[in-house]
Design a protein around this ligand. Structure first.
Ligand SMILES: *Cc1c(COP(=O)(O)O)cnc(C)c1O
Length: 468
């Protein structure tokens, strides 16, 4: 056996055991800041080191500093998991070291991406006017969409920039207080300015009020400002609320404003016929983001941006350089559709996952997560002194413990203490958000290994923490 094969075998054995029993690790790392710095040498090794020593250190030094997203009791943020088969795909992609910057630098990588994103589009019930592109994250997909929205205004920003131009109106982006922060970052990076982010009011269920959006746009137009983009969310990060995209789309069309839909987490649920309605109205969206690395069982990173007009995106980003010119004819060169030139072969892992589970297998898993979340919410509702704080249509529940007789600040402090305590135990990991000014604990189910017993365990350990 070659030395390389032995190395692969050792890693394969480790990964196999890891997937069989991720529970042997604390879900949240017990590491303290600086732990790894203290044990690693300050300089890179001058001489080669044997594989076994490197691997031993991986187990001994690195693993203790890992928080296990693949742990079935990971309930924080948007819990997710990578299907084991996708690890094989990632290894193969790394082995090939594909850089799919243009079609000819790996034709199969470009074409597989086109094919699997079209499969996914159909599974989601999206119309065929949308074209998909893989980016690393929703943050970059969202940035790219906003860059396209800006380009669509025909303000010659590509050539003339934005600074020092008296002919340029303020460009406005409409969102809510529940919009994911990457939209704000994108506006900063694109020179829109935070002052031009318009926070449209939400209703009691954290959903954008379309009539208020309409008014805000009309007022901006009357003041000579230029509406650039409406960012609607399907499945907000705090509560998974969804803005009313069909009505928002009417407002967008009325005023001729780009509609971007962020469905990073909730989008995948639309592969379930009973949740198809989540993406209603997206036939009028100009762009839409969905994260398979969040809820379709591929490892970080793989996010998909669907856009209606690829040409605008190309106009925003394409440049020709002599050393990159190709004469391959009618093919897609992905370097023309975003900031990055080099790009990983991410589509391979989605292809593996979709084939390995089939749509049926993915649907079963999503349904199970949603059902578990509903059951958890029912337990909370039924428990005296506990309350659910937001509608929970999907796999996330916001809730808290409200012992009688405590002042509002003390209720927050009490829930914070409970969360810190259960997280420190290493048994479960959950996170929090703030709703109507109150701290809300947040349980997110998205791991394929999570069972009813795990969710029950989470409820029981929280109740124990509540008793103090
Ligand atoms: C997670 C999330 C994002 C950010 O996703 P990244 O891929 O980590 O950039 C954006 N929007 C929503 C609604 C999310 O849930």
């Amino acid at each position: 056996m070659s030395e390389f094969r032995e190395q692969l075998d050792r890693a394969a054995q480790w990964i196999d055991e890891y997937y069989r029993d991720p529970r042997r690790f604390p879900v949240l790392s017990h590491a303290q800041p600086g732990d790894l710095h203290r044990v690693l040498p300050a300089d890179a090794p001058e001489d080669p080191e044997p594989f076994d020593r490197i691997f031993d250190d991986f187990e001994r030094l690195i693993i203790p500093g890992i928080t296990h997203w693949n742990h079935p009791r990971f309930f924080a943020y948007f819990a997710n998991s990578a299907a084991p088969i996708t690890v094989v795909a990632e290894a193969l992609a790394a082995a090939l070291n594909v850089n799919a910057m243009v079609w000819r630098t790996s034709p199969a990588a470009t074409e597989l991406e086109e094919v699997v994103l079209d499969w996914l589009r159909k599974l989601l019930g999206l119309d065929d006017g949308l074209h998909g592109i893989v980016y690393d994250t929703a943050s970059i997909g969202g940035f790219t969409a906003l860059a396209a929205a800006r380009e669509s205004l025909d303000l010659a920003i590509r050539e003339r920039g934005m600074a020092g131009r008296s002919d340029l109106p303020a460009l406005r982006v409409y969102l809510t207080e529940h919009t994911h922060s990457h939209i704000e970052k994108a506006a900063i990076a694109l020179g829109i300015g935070r002052e031009n982010l318009v926070r449209v009011p939400v209703d009691a269920n954290f959903v954008m009020v379309a009539a208020a959006l309409d008014r805000a746009i009309a007022e901006d137009l009357a003041r000579g400002m230029r509406p650039m983009c409406i960012a609607a969310t399907i499945g907000t990060t705090s509560t998974t609320s969804s803005d009313p995209v069909p009505v928002i789309a009417d407002v967008a069309r009325k005023h001729g404003v780009w509609l971007h839909v962020d469905a990073a987490y909730a989008g995948p649920a639309a592969i379930l016929p009973e949740f198809r309605h989540l993406l209603a109205g997206c036939e009028h969206a100009d762009s839409l983001v969905i994260n398979p690395h969040k809820w379709l069982f591929v490892p970080v990173d793989l996010s998909v941006l669907y856009v209606r007009d690829l040409e605008i995106l190309r106009r925003a980003f394409s440049l020709s350089a002599v050393y990159l010119e190709t004469s391959d004819g009618d093919v897609r060169n992905y370097m023309d559709y975003g900031l990055q030139l080099g790009r990983r072969f991410r589509a391979l892992k989605l292809w593996f996952a979709m084939r390995h589970y089939g749509a049926t297998g993915m649907r079963e898993r999503l349904r199970s997560h949603i059902a578990l979340a509903q059951e958890f919410a029912a337990w909370v509702e039924a428990e005296p002194g506990w309350e659910v704080l937001a509608p929970h249509p999907l796999s996330v529940v916001c809730f808290r413990y409200v012992p009688a007789g405590l002042a509002p600040e003390d209720i927050d402090a009490c829930n914070q203490r409970m969360m810190d305590e259960v997280n420190a135990s290493g048994e479960i990991f959950l996170s929090a958000t703030r709703l109507h000014g109150r701290l809300a604990l947040r349980l997110a189910i998205g791991n394929e290994g999570t069972t009813r017993a795990d969710v029950r365990f989470a409820f029981d350990i929280l109740r124990k923490a509540a008793r103090g």
